[in-house]
Design a protein around this ligand. Structure first.
Ligand code: ATP
Length: 266
């Protein structure tokens, strides 16, 4: 219940336009994942088969989950988000049932992407969990994974990690397609700002090139938080100013006057 999240491949999910500064990686994903999915069944060459496993690795907040959802949407795949961090002890006890359920759903809904965030902590012995339960789940997951990959099923397991060196060797072997997602450089940060602020009214004095240059080391997620704080601060200032000018008419009245008007990111 809490470990699985299903996202439809067509109407929901992320579009490429929602991801800034990632042209190269998007082109690579289109060539190596989406094209083979489109060609599946149309050719007898097994070299054209989609990869059965894909690893996205890099620092937190750099868009790995966004990219995985966008691949699902662009390729018309259903997206099954297996949230490993939500797996409780109870679920670990039920591990075999969970693995079987995931693949059974994936098979019924295919083409499907099974997304496993923090794949380094998945299928790995944990001190807090029973070694035997983990080992059983791992064995079954691998077996199911190997089972579909030899058939014509269109199911891709996509893993994401911040610690690629901690990913189980047996899992790495099953993920021949690996994509590094790095922290954005200055030009990429500018593009991310543009995506995040796409629908905001920002003052003409805001220089996104300057902002991008001065935000070295920040991830896409950090940049979003910076924008959120800036917009909230300006909204608060506007509310305070309006309260002073007109007397306190209550927050709802003031909010109706568009607190984000003339929002200045600086
Ligand atoms: P983690 O490793 O912590 O799971 P992640 O690499 O999967 O992180 P996401 O969950 O995809 O990162 O990104 C978090 C949020 O940061 C996104 O929902 C989005 O709002 C913002 N974000 C990150 N990268 C980008 C980007 N390239 N363009 C636009 N927004 C971005």
């Amino acid at each position: 219940r809490i470990a699985l999240q299903l996202v439809s491949g067509e109407e929901e999910g992320t579009t490429w336009d929602e991801i800034g500064g990632a042209e190269d990686i998007i082109e690579d994903l289109k060539d190596r994942v989406i094209l083979p999915l489109q060609l599946a069944g149309a050719s007898t060459s097994s070299l054209l088969n989609p990869p059965r496993g894909i690893l996205l690795y890099g620092p937190p907040g750099c868009g790995k989950t966004l990219l995985a959802k966008a691949v699902a949407r662009a390729s018309g795949c259903r997206f099954i988000n297996l949230q490993v961090s939500n797996l409780t002890d109870k679920w670990y006890g039920e591990s075999q049932k969970l693995a079987a359920a995931v693949f059974s759903i994936a098979q019924k809904l295919q083409p499907t992407i099974i997304f496993i965030d923090e794949i380094d902590s998945f299928l790995r012995d944990r001190q807090t969990h029973d070694h035997e339960a983990t080992a059983m789940m791992k064995a079954q997951f691998m077996q199911l994974w190997d089972g579909f990959s030899s058939s014509s099923d269109k199911i891709i397991v996509m893993g994401a990690t911040n610690r690629p060196s901690d990913v189980d060797a047996a899992i790495l072997r099953r993920m021949p397609a690996k994509f590094a997602i790095h922290l954005p450089n200055s030009a990429q940060r500018k593009q991310i700002f543009e995506v995040i602020l796409n629908e905001e009214q920002i003052s003409s004095s805001v220089d996104l090139t300057k902002l991008a240059a001065s935000s070295e080391g920040l991830s896409g997620s950090d940049l979003k938080e910076v924008c959120r704080i800036a917009v909230l601060r300006r909204a608060k200032e506007t509310l305070d100013k309006q309260k002073k000018e007109r007397g306190d008419f209550g927050v709802m009245t003031v909010l109706n006057r568009d607190p984000l008007e003339h929002c200045d990111l600086e």
